[in-house]
Design a binder for this molecule. Structure first.
Ligand SMILES: Cc1cc2nc3c(=O)[nH]c(=O)nc-3n(C[C@H](O)[C@H](O)[C@H](O)COP(=O)(O)O)c2cc1C
Length: 340
């Protein structure tokens, strides 16, 4: 069996919540999934200070940030932060909560994150990142990985990228997921920073060639299985973000093609929706809104006649305050009847 990080679904705020991760689990049993970014300081605040909250309330807040279904594993918790002590504490929490890995976000260019002095701006402080990683490594037995860009602002030469990776490797990072774009911290917002700076797979390829002993994943602009398989000739893993969120069924052959497991046929839209019904039952029974799950499902049907109608109907029915799992059962039946 191949390592799970051969194929992973990138951490994405507002997208890779527990519901979407379970959706992706209907599609790949083996690929590594990531949480949304959780800020280490926020965890610290809940655990140590509690904001005056009682034990039950603290547990509820932690559950909101860290809770997941065991079915989602293998699962990495992505952390944001720049303080080794807080990151070590968050890593211990990740271990206790049952995550398989922790990942440090050195790629996010948002203004809010920069104000907290973490995310992509830490590419300018490789030693601090190495110290953070070392503290995280020492905190538990979980692998600690780093997700970063190829550069920021004017610090975008290959030599600077190499120096960053070499320095962070000394902290004991188990893997590097490299988003093959630089980030402009001033002038571009996060969305623009995912499209405007050009993709430079060549720089990441050179990095892997010159550091064959490091475990490196390519991220950025991978839109279909074929290029992923091609890049796996060189890289240890591929990480897919937007194309996994917007086109989940596109990845139905990942288990067979990347992990050598052809025991299940590629998922159909109906099996994905159906597979989420038990989760919807549990979620709604705990008072959760069905829409939190269904909002991700609108992407499982595309490119067929009637897709728009199915999506509109799901949106209408699942958006109702009292909507329950039966809405998903009906939506799955409609798809099944059409062989989708
Ligand atoms: C909506 C959205 C939210 C994102 N949130 C995060 C995040 O929380 N942490 C992170 O490291 N990257 C985040 N990213 C960046 C992705 O992980 C990924 O690096 C980027 O989208 C490039 O990969 P892609 O071209 O396959 O989408 C986000 C991307 C999107 C589209």
């Amino acid at each position: 069996m191949q390592e799970n990080y051969r194929f992973s679904v990138a951490p994405m705020l507002d997208c890779t919540d527990r519901h979407f991760r379970l959706l992706m689990r209907q599609i790949t049993r083996h690929g590594l999934l990531y949480s949304e970014m959780v800020v280490a300081r926020a965890l610290h605040h809940i655990v140590r200070e509690g904001g005056g909250a009682g034990q039950d309330e603290r547990q509820r807040r932690l559950e909101r940030l860290l809770g997941f279904d065991p079915e989602e594993r293998p699962l990495a918790l992505q952390l944001g932060g720049d303080d080794p002590v807080l990151l070590a504490e968050a890593t211990r929490l990740a271990h206790t909560w049952g995550y398989d890995e922790v990942n440090l976000n050195i790629g996010c260019p948002s203004e809010k994150v920069q104000q907290g002095r973490f995310g992509a701006c830490l590419m300018a402080e490789p030693q601090r990142v190495a110290d953070c990683v070392a503290a995280m490594v020492a905190a538990s037995s979980l692998p600690v990985t780093v997700k970063h860009r190829i550069g920021i602002d004017a610090r975008d030469s290959y030599e600077e990228l190499l120096a960053f990776v070499d320095c962070v490797a000394t902290g004991g990072a188990a893997r590097f997921a490299v988003h093959a774009r630089k980030a402009w911290l001033e002038g571009l917002d996060p969305k623009q920073n995912r499209t405007i700076p050009p993709l430079r797979w060549d720089l990441v390829q050179r990095l892997k060639r010159e550091r064959p002993g490091l475990t490196i994943e390519l991220n950025g602009g991978l839109e279909a299985l074929e290029p992923c398989i091609e890049q796996l000739q060189l890289f240890d893993g591929v990480m897919v973000g937007r194309a996994a969120y917007a086109h989940p069924l596109r990845w139905g052959a990942v288990d067979a093609a990347i992990f050598g497991d052809a025991s299940r046929p590629p998922a159909l839209a109906s099996t994905v929706v159906c597979g989420l019904v038990p989760h919807a039952e549990r979620w709604c029974a705990q008072g959760g809104r069905l829409w939190a799950i269904a909002r991700h499902l609108v992407h499982v049907v595309e490119g067929v006649s009637g897709a728009r109608h199915w999506r509109a109907e799901l949106t209408r029915a699942a958006g109702a305050a009292a909507a329950g799992p039966e809405v998903l059962e009906k939506a799955a039946r409609q798809l099944e009847e059409r062989g989708l």
